[in-house]
Design a protein around this ligand. Structure first.
Ligand SMILES: *Cc1c(COP(=O)(O)O)cnc(C)c1O
Length: 377
């Protein structure tokens, strides 16, 4: 079976260095924050091109604290998208604010800047675009709307470590960038982890306090804080892996471009070519009969996944936001069709060509019509 993701292969390539870094940290008996985390924060900020990075316990914690650092809370609205992992929207609710959704662009599956203005009210405080599947959202368009209306921008960059456009990297476009180091992300810890990037020293300082119980000095709690600190071992692991991220992303792009050129034109595919503005976290195709293709691929030894089967506004837990079916046609159509193919840096050329051959055979055999991109418009 060709796995959807195989972290064993990544581990095998860096085992010696990783084990040494973890053992050194373990033997130091410094388990929370400390030198390995501080070093990773400096390296990650330098990598993203921001003045600061604050290491946290998860990507969800990053989103939550980014909102709190901007004093966003009850009575405020934050504009985001339904095509994302639920954490984006949940974090806005954790902050006590109201998530306001706009549909995504059918070609990029990221926030459509043209849809933002109609969603702005006097209560709007921030825009939170998602670099979905690793593709940078239209940050020029989004930042221009934000500037016009005096709004803050928080990037959900959990899927887009290293994606870059005109020399600016994910996490460096907005006021704050939020990253996840969940093991399956492009840059993954050996457990949970996350970070906020920013070049605003006041926001950085506030996030450092919020992650550690709101302390301004030991046992002086100036504000309601949280236990959102990063473990020292995760800092050590991420320090080892950060050196490889560009090479890993390049390997992901090669695979995505091979899918783009090798897969049948009868199949609607994720939209290439895949350049530096795409971290290629997920490669998706949009068959009209997803279950048939998925079952056929399983039979042919290919694992697949669905990211994500329901847009957030149709999840039961988010129904009381008041958005029903039909409200965001692009997001809904996308969720009905999307199927993710195996994509990780160590996927072998033989496996890649097997996935392409098996997919094309199934698509050619299928009697269904090719869904058109117009269907998402
Ligand atoms: C993974 C992910 C998150 C949440 O990160 P965790 O580290 O799992 O808390 C948030 N947003 C997006 C888009 C993600 O993919």
């Amino acid at each position: 079976m060709i796995p959807f993701l195989d972290l064993q292969r990544q581990y095998a390539g860096i085992a010696d260095e990783l084990e040494e870094a973890v053992l050194t940290t373990l033997r130091s008996c410094g388990y929370i924050l400390g030198e390995p985390v501080e070093r990773f924060e400096r390296d990650f900020a330098a990598y993203c091109g921001t003045a600061e990075a604050i290491a946290l316990s998860s990507g969800t914690a990053a989103l939550h604290l980014a909102l709190l650092a901007l004093d966003i809370g009850p009575g405020d609205e934050v504009i985001t998208v339904p095509t994302t992992f639920v954490a984006t929207v949940a974090a806005i609710l954790y902050a006590g604010a109201r998530p306001v959704m706009v549909d995504v662009d059918p070609d990029t599956l990221t926030m459509d800047p043209a849809a933002i203005e109609a969603a702005i009210t006097p209560r709007t405080k921030a825009i939170m675009p998602v670099h979905f599947h690793g593709r940078l959202a239209d940050m020029d368009g989004i930042l221009s709307v934000a500037r016009t209306h005096g709004l803050r921008v928080i990037e959900d960059a959990a899927q887009a470590h290293g994606a870059r456009r005109n020399g600016t990297k994910a996490g460096a476009f907005g006021d704050l960038g939020c990253f996840s180091f969940y093991p399956g992300k492009n840059l993954g810890a050996a457990g949970e982890g996350g970070a906020v990037t920013t070049s605003d020293p006041d926001l950085a300082q506030k996030i450092r306090q919020l992650r550690d119980w709101g302390q301004t000095e030991r046992y002086v709690h100036a504000m309601l804080g949280y236990n959102y600190r990063m473990d020292a071992i995760q800092g050590a692991v991420l320090g080892v892996k950060l050196k490889r991220i560009d090479a890993w992303n390049a390997a992901r792009r090669n695979i995505a471009n091979a899918y783009d050129s090798g897969l049948s034109p009868m199949l609607l595919k994720a939209f290439g070519p895949f350049g530096e503005d795409h971290a290629c976290h997920v490669y998706a195709v949009f068959p009209s009969d997803r279950e048939a293709l998925r079952a056929g691929l399983t039979e042919d030894g290919v694992s697949t996944n669905i990211h994500y089967p329901y847009p957030v506004h149709l999840q039961p837990a988010y129904a009381d936001l008041g958005y029903g079916p039909g409200r965001f046609p692009v997001a809904e159509s996308y969720a009905r069709h999307t199927l993710s193919l195996p994509l990780f840096p160590e996927l072998s050329p033989g496996e890649l060509s097997h996935v392409i051959t098996a997919t094309n055979r199934l698509v050619d055999r299928a009697t269904h019509d090719r869904p058109s991109r117009k269907e998402y418009a």
